[in-house]
Design a protein around this ligand. Structure first.
Ligand SMILES: Cc1cc2nc3c(=O)[nH]c(=O)nc-3n(C[C@H](O)[C@H](O)[C@H](O)COP(=O)(O)OP(=O)(O)OC[C@H]3O[C@@H](n4cnc5c(N)ncnc54)[C@H](O)[C@@H]3O)c2cc1C
Length: 517
């Protein structure tokens, strides 16, 4: 027997083995004396009405051996295999490296930042002393921008097979198998680093290479093909296949490609603020007043509207989270959010951003029109808050009513806040749409509009403001062997889509090399 059953249970029943078994028996009209085994396949919360339900989907079998198994990670010894150079060890780079091993190719990862453990010390200094290390921060270093994040693993990508494979690999390297089941899976900042270390150790034990403090600063071209990589410390490496997975914050890489005369395009992105409410308020709103419920996780929300012909939406919402300083360069401030696996901080934060297109900002043919806008806002916010890693901030209702907040409550943002009128700091294109957007969100979520909520500015690294073009072989159309990849190149927006893009590119390289054994 192998059945797939779907039904709803209350939150209490959904954690109760007896209640689950009873429901399965009733659904199967179970009369046999033998026992059965069940496994969660899908779990989501339906909190649209006060009677909150859990949508459950189970696989039911006679013997545990019948359960659908995870596809294993296929280890190969790649010491002497054809090399693939991978610049950047974010999800795109790491999953590309893992796929290289499965395909019998030798990944050589070059990462400008440090290993996860050493990187953590730089984050502590940034939060505590406002000391920014431009090579080791929330965006740069082993694991990329996703390492010290909420680790939300959902994506708008529709390719179920690819998503499943990426999630399975996370589980293979130590993530809780619940991520394969939950409709909105997440891992948490406290757990991601170990998983990334396990991936790195596997890559090395199979014969791959991982180099930290290995910043790509230049490359050579020979007969229209990339032929040599040059690192900041003077090291040089011959290369044939280079996966460029440097993320949305590696502006120097965009400038390098442009200086080499390679085509780039401006890409629309989104910019706004990071709002923080108390988690209790969000639970109260989303769970219809049901507070401190041990059977429900900290509530999240997802909001979207249109204002002044621009999309305004919540981005990277972190229940039980912390607002983090995510700048990568001097003279700028940037915010984002993370949360631990239990999401047990008293705060809830989310980006609330306005989508912008190149034509909104200037000459759409200028590849840097969006990047320059992003940079200018980050610099202006830095100046407005006193030229440190403190950020300009304002209470929500004060922002809507266009008045400076007399005081600011303590928020989770460790470096601190400076009270300003964000309407005067953010471009009106952004602040006007944000104000209208917030009013609509207040109608959709009663209680969302409160002066206890605080806006932190800016939320500006939502996706890449530049697109690195690629052809049907995933190569830059003007440079043989260069494979723009992941979020920085404009082909992903989040951990899972970046991971999928990394794997997809290796499949293409492998096919080209005919190296599959
Ligand atoms: C605080 C925070 C929270 C986030 N939360 C989530 C979340 O919950 N869920 C989600 O899906 N996404 C989240 N994101 C976004 C997510 O992290 C990114 O979408 C994802 O990491 C993109 O993957 P990537 O591999 O394309 O690029 P990145 O992760 O940005 O990795 C690029 C890597 O390249 C390296 N690099 C850059 N330039 C060079 C160079 N010249 N030489 C060598 N190496 C270089 C960088 O150091 C970096 O490690 C979050 C981001 C941040 C900052």
């Amino acid at each position: 027997m192998k059945d797939l059953l779907q039904f709803q249970l209350s939150p209490e029943e959904a954690v109760n083995d007896t209640a689950i078994r009873q429901m399965i028996k009733s659904k199967l009209s179970w009369t046999r004396n033998t026992d059965f085994y069940y496994k969660w396949v899908r779990r989501s919360i339906d909190a649209r009405k006060p009677n909150i339900r859990i949508n459950c989907s189970f696989e039911v079998v006679d013997s545990e051996l019948e359960f659908t198994q995870l596809e294993p990670f296929e280890e190969r010894n790649v010491v002497s295999a054809p090399p693939v150079h991978i610049v950047g060890s974010g999800p795109a780079g790491l999953f590309a490296a893992l796929r290289c091993i499965e395909k019998g190719l030798k990944p050589i990862i070059l990462e400008r930042g440090k290993d996860v453990r050493t990187r953590r010390r730089d984050l502590a200094k940034l939060n505590r002393d406002m000391e920014l290390n431009t090579e080791s921060n929330y965006c740069f270093g082993e694991g990329g921008a996703g390492t010290y994040s909420d680790g939300k693993l959902y994506t708008r990508s529709k390719k179920r097979g690819d998503i499943k494979r990426a999630l399975e690999l996370f589980v293979h390297f130590g993530a809780d198998p619940d991520i394969l089941v939950d409709a909105h899976p997440h891992i948490g900042t406290n757990k991601l680093p170990q998983i990334i270390v396990a991936m790195r150790e596997k890559i090395i034990s199979c014969g791959g290479e991982v180099h930290f403090n290995a910043k790509l600063v230049d490359f050579e071209i020979n007969k229209n093909a990339i032929s040599r990589l040059i690192l900041e410390d003077g090291r040089e490496m011959e290369c044939q296949h280079v996966i460029l997975a440097t993320g949305h914050s590696a502006r120097d890489i965009f400038y390098l490609l442009n200086d080499k005369g390679l085509k780039l395009e401006a890409k629309g992105f989104a910019l706004g603020v990071r709002i923080e409410h108390s988690q209790e308020l969000i639970d109260q709103i989303q769970y219809h007043g049901r507070l401190n419920d041990e059977y429900l996780p900290p509530a999240s929300y997802s909001l979207v509207t249109q204002a002044n012909d621009h999309g305004v939406y919540s981005f990277c919402m972190c229940p039980g989270g912390i607002v983090a300083p995510c700048a990568t360069g001097e003279g700028e401030v940037v915010t984002n959010g993370w949360s631990p696996s239990k999401r047990n901080n008293p705060y809830s934060n989310s980006g609330i951003v306005v989508s912008v297109l190149p034509e909104d900002l200037g000459d759409p043919n200028d590849p840097f029109v969006c990047l320059n806008f992003q940079k200018a806002v980050e610099q202006k916010c830095w100046e407005a808050a006193g030229k440190t890693q403190r950020v300009p901030a304002q209470r929500l209702m004060d922002f809507i009513n266009n008045r400076v907040s007399k005081d600011l409550p303590q928020t989770s943002y460790k470096p601190g806040l400076v009270s300003v009128n964000l309407n005067e700091v953010l471009p009106s294109l952004i602040s006007d749409s944000l104000r209208k957007g917030f009013m609509d969100f207040g109608r959709k979520m009663k209680g969302f509009l409160t002066n206890e909520a605080v806006l932190h500015a800016p939320e500006s690294r939502t996706s890449s403001p530049v697109l690195i073009p690629r052809n049907e072989k995933f190569m830059h159309p003007e440079l043989v062997g260069l494979y723009p990849c992941g979020e920085g190149a404009g082909y992903a927006g989040g951990i899972i889509s970046a991971a999928i893009d990394g794997m997809k590119i290796v499949d293409e390289i492998s096919e080209e090399l005919g190296s599959e054994v």
